[in-house]
Design a protein around this ligand. Structure first.
Ligand code: FDA
Ligand code: NAD
Length: 446
């Protein structure tokens, strides 16, 4: 066997799931030296006091407060687990617990048969139990061979290094033009934050409305009007097919399929993520683009678990299997896997994962939450006027006579709790007209 370090438990990936897994291991009890977290994430170009490496943090901050023009959030402020109201785990916390953080270390080979991971520098790590928490990587326009996609200032956002590059570009191009490619989560959150930084922002996406994987046309109409009122320009139904650059290689324009050309000093691309499963190809069962797990996040290989963005797990409430790329699930799946690992050792039973999908976003003064499933007929309720002083509206989704999903913009904590309960309970729905008229009252009665 290759020489190297051995751990009882290895978590591969020090993102959100990795951090929440560490906390759960500490809660359940690990001996010093038993657990290591190996992660490639590093800081290279920070314009701030440089951190040599990055302990697990709450990734959602990167597309929001990290890029604010005033008082931007910075580490160590948003290490896990502050995003869910928990203790902030600073690097010292891991050393106090005897948990080894092996950072700035990319694993380039995983051999599940010999239980060995090999780093880019040639170091080997063996384990008894492996938790795969590698998350996703961004899909790049250069992956599709888009002409000029390698020009300078065409930026993506996944890791803290990307956010530092973006922050530096925003400072360098103050008052300039930004084009945001993609109309999903990154597209909407980044368009807002770039506008807050006084850039002239144009959003481009191929679909007829933004965030089509969740929003109905009516929900999207609210956000598009709100953004337009804030000065964000929106170009729909077309894609970027190429980029122009100057002699320095800096992007100057985005060429669209519809023939138009948008000037650009910065381009931010958010055209989706791809779960990082490549290391395990052919070694473990896959499903729906992710690593297939059971309700305890154990994969087809005993002793190997997969959590967060990479896991395709049984969604008990809907009796199907899904992969979820959102932070709430990344936290909860990590906790569930560690409980299952420790439960197995102790011979104690752990309940099956019974997840209720929960997604949210924040931009400008807006904040929405969604729970459940967005299938069936959607019924909009409330004040969806984008020029209202405090718009508050929502949508229910009704399928087979049951209310299965709920969306709410501008809800109070109590109102958000009410729609959570509703999505879990799936109560019989009244007529669309009655639901529309009852609005939040319908959820509040559950
Ligand atoms: P995550 O990506 O957090 O961590 C994976 C870690 O593994 C990374 O540190 C990576 O470097 C490391 N890694 C990967 N391969 C490796 C290798 N071969 N060797 C070593 N290390 C390796 N969700 C939400 O619900 N609300 C929100 O507001 C947001 N906002 C948001 C903003 C931005 C900018 C992004 C990119 C994503 C979000 N999300 C979100 C999604 C959410 O952050 C995401 O679902 C979780 O971070 C997933 O957690 P994981 O631990 O699975 O991956
Ligand atoms: P996404 O899947 O939300 O949106 C991608 C968008 O790009 C879609 O509208 C898609 O149709 C569009 N698109 C695809 N190809 C295109 C092309 N060639 N040109 C223009 N548009 C194109 O993905 P994302 O916004 O890139 O987010 C990446 C990951 O980060 C996802 O996992 C997402 O869940 C996560 N994230 C989540 C949040 C949140 O939950 N609030 C916030 C930020 C990021």
């Amino acid at each position: 066997m290759a020489s190297g370090k051995h751990f009882k438990y290895v978590v591969l990936g020090g993102g959100v799931s990795g951090g929440y897994a560490a906390r759960e291991f500490a809660k359940q009890g690990v001996q010093p030296g038993e657990l290591a977290i190996i992660s490639k994430e590093a800081v290279r170009n920070s314009p701030f006091p440089p951190l040599p490496s990055v302990a697990p943090y709450e990734r959602p901050a990167l597309s929001k407060a990290y890029l604010f023009p005033q008082n931007p959030a910075r580490l160590p402020g948003f290490h896990v687990c502050v995003g869910s109201g928990g203790e902030r785990l600073l690097p010292e916390w891991y050393s106090e617990k005897g948990i080894e953080l092996i950072l700035s270390t990319e694993i380039v080979k995983a051999d599940l048969a010999s239980k060995t991971l090999t780093s880019a520098a040639g170091a080997t790590f063996t384990y008894e139990i492996l938790l795969i928490a590698t998350g996703s990587s961004v899909i790049k326009l250069s992956d599709f061979g888009t002409q000029g996609a390698d020009s300078n200032n065409i930026l993506y956002l996944r890791e803290i290094d990307d956010a530092d590059n973006l922050y530096a570009a925003i400072q360098a191009k103050k008052g300039g033009k930004a084009v945001v490619v993609g109309g999903g989560y990154i597209g909407l959150e980044l368009s807002a934050v770039l506008k807050m930084n006084d850039l002239d922002v144009t959003m481009v996406f191929p679909e007829p409305w933004c965030m089509p994987r969740l929003f109905t046309a009516e929900i999207a109409a609210f956000y598009e009007s709100y953004y337009t009122n804030k000065g964000v320009k929106i170009v729909k139904g077309t894609v970027a097919i190429g980029f122009d650059a100057d002699a320095n290689g800096d992007v100057t324009a985005v060429k669209l399929k519809d023939g138009s050309v948008l000037e650009a000093d910065i381009v931010v691309v958010g055209v989706g993520g791809r779960p990082l499963t490549t290391l395990f190809k052919g070694q473990v069962a896959e499903e729906k683009g992710g690593i297939k797990t059971d309700a305890f996040f154990e994969t087809s290989v005993p002793g190997v678990y997969a959590v967060g963005d990479v896991a395709t797990f049984p969604m008990k409430i809907y009796n199907d299997e899904r992969r979820v790329e959102h932070v709430d699930h990344s936290r909860k799946s990590a906790e569930q896997a560690v409980k299952a690992i420790k439960g197995k050792e102790a011979g104690s039973a752990v309940e099956e994962y019974d997840y209720l999908p929960y997604f949210y976003s924040r931009s400008f003064d807006l904040s929405w939450q969604f729970y459940g499933d967005n299938v069936g007929d959607a019924i909009l309720f409330g004040d969806a006027d984008p020029s209202s002083a405090k718009p508050k509206f929502g949508s229910y989704w009704v399928k087979d006579g049951k209310c299965v999903g709920a969306f709410l913009e501008g809800g109070s904590p109590d109102e958000n709790t009410a729609i959570t309960k509703l999505a879990r309970a799936q109560p019989p729905a009244t007529s669309p007209d009655e639901l529309k008229a009852a609005g939040l009252q319908f959820a509040s009665k559950i």
